[in-house]
Design a binder for this molecule. Structure first.
Ligand code: SAH
Length: 459
């Protein structure tokens, strides 16, 4: 039996789905934090279950050739960049393999074309959004940083090597302001204190910056003064408070109090302009998003005649990207602020052949389809695009998609395990997985984005 605190020397053989190294002792599997294949390491067991355990590195005895020095000094503590110590080339190979393995093992798919993953030329400073938790440190200082992996202790990191340079300036100003007016950071345990998170977003194409301070209250001391200080940062376009008085892990509350600006910033992907509110989802890596959407457009195979549904449409990014090549695009999204953005985005781009619906994908599409059935209409869809959160598509949505019999399903996914589960459903119901394009939207992390083409089988 293996026990906590035992140490061993092992060679790492594999990488797990959370980016950890995998090694074995007599068939017992150990998940080793920050280790990579071909590292020989002395490890210490931190948790021993019956058939597998977790460990940390005590010493690297002989490093793998694929090991690199992380640029960020807190890379191994911060929960954000779990594989910064792996060479970028190997990160890409690792992600391509995860996608392939999941589609084959979970999805039971065969004979699909797996394209080479699209990587970045410069895999740093790519994120347009950061959410910094704000807490009080042990020595009484105000901490702003990121959560350590798996826990809510905050690792102080005002400079993030995958974020933008303005983040630091924003944090410095907010921190000074909090000190000057004795404003308390949030305390998760006692549910006291005011400042919970600082959300910063930048439009890379326009340079516009948004700051949203999430507070456990309704009011922020000397807010006008903070606004005037933040406005010294070039590009500052929108400043707001978000009220979140819930005792919960969810970062944003529902209510926004605008302090400066129009309630949104504007950005562009390709030649389409987007207004983005603090509560709306927007892809975090704009350089790769353009490539992702280009691939989605290609897989949609549009000729100008098609009726397209864009499920989980957010602020209408994919809908508007496809609209120019389709007859009509219908977008569905659960966050009403995002749909408000989407409708406006259609307007400011002069796009008329789109319609947006607020609601759950798994309710709106089935209701639409049943209504069409009742009234003798056909509930048509030539192409259905889905871009769900990590948990994938609800089965009710998958069932309706199959009933509607679109020629093509374009599935954009940020979790290849749930993608594969849904691919299996479509494969069992008259569809075939044809093409797979992984895109590295999140360099230095274990996450990978994938867009796939699923086509109707013709007997
Ligand atoms: N396609 C968009 C957004 C993708 S992110 C883009 O590329 O920008 C996933 C979106 O799904 C988020 O906007 C989220 O608010 C929304 N969402 C989550 N659950 C949903 C559900 N059950 N029905 C509809 N939308 C949902």
């Amino acid at each position: 039996m293996f026990k906590k605190n035992q140490t061993f020397t092992i060679e790492i053989q594999d990488i797990g789905s959370n980016g950890e190294g995998i090694g074995r002792i007599d068939g017992y599997t150990l998940f080793v934090k920050d280790a990579i294949p071909k590292d020989v390491v002395r490890i210490k067991i931190t948790k021993a279950n019956k058939n597998f355990g977790f460990a940390i590195i005590e010493e690297i005895i002989s490093p793998s050739d694929d090991r690199v020095e992380p640029v960020c000094p807190v890379a191994s503590k911060c929960g954000g960049c779990r594989i910064q110590h792996l060479s970028y080339q190997k990160q890409l190979e690792y992600k391509e393999n995860i996608v392939k393995n999941n589609l084959e093992r979970i999805g039971k798919a065969k004979d699909f074309v797996l394209h080479k993953i699209i990587g970045m030329d410069n895999p740093y400073f790519y994120r347009n959004k950061a959410q910094y938790p704000v807490r009080r440190g042990r020595d009484g200082q105000i901490l702003m940083g990121f959560y350590a992996g798996r826990t809510h202790s905050v690792i102080e990191t005002e400079r993030c090597y995958i974020g933008t340079k303005e983040n630091e300036k924003v944090l410095e100003i907010v921190k000074k302001h909090m000190e000057e007016y004795n404003i308390e950071p949030y305390d998760e345990v006692n549910h006291r204190g005011l400042v919970r998170h600082i959300l910063i977003r930048k439009g890379f194409a326009t340079g516009e910056i948004m700051v949203c301070i999430v507070i456990n209250g309704r009011d922020f001391p000397n807010a006008e003064n903070l606004v005037s200080k933040l406005l010294k940062i070039q590009g500052m376009a929108d400043i707001s408070l978000n009220v979140n008085t819930e005792k919960s892990n969810v970062i944003l509350g529902k209510k926004i109090i605008n302090l400066y600006g129009n309630g949104y910033i504007t950005d562009m992907i390709g030649d389409v302009k987007f207004q983005i509110s603090p509560l709306s989802f927007y892809q975090v890596n704009p350089v790769q998003t353009a490539k992702l959407y280009e691939t989605a457009l290609k897989y949609a195979g549009l000729t100008g005649e098609e009726i397209v549904w864009d499920m989980y449409c957010g602020i209408g990014t994919i809908s508007l990207f496809l609209a120019k090549s389709a007859f009509k695009v219908n977008g569905v999204e659960v966050i009403s602020e995002a749909i408000e953005n989407a409708r406006n985005n259609a307007k400011i781009n002069g796009i008329g052949n789109v319609e947006f619906f607020v609601g759950k994908a798994e309710e709106v599409l089935p209701e639409y389809y049943e209504e069409q059935e009742r009234s003798g209409g056909k509930g048509e869809a030539d192409v259905i695009v889905v871009d769900p959160p990590r948990k994938g598509c609800d089965v009710r949505l998958c069932e309706t998609i199959v009933k509607m019999q679109p020629e093509r399903i374009v599935y954009v996914s940020c979790d290849s395990a749930t993608l594969s589960r849904d691919v299996k459903y479509f494969e069992e119901n008259g569809y075939r997985l044809r093409e797979v394009q992984p895109v590295d939207m999140f360099p230095m992390t274990e996450h990978v984005e994938t867009v796939v083409l699923i086509q109707k089988r013709h007997m």
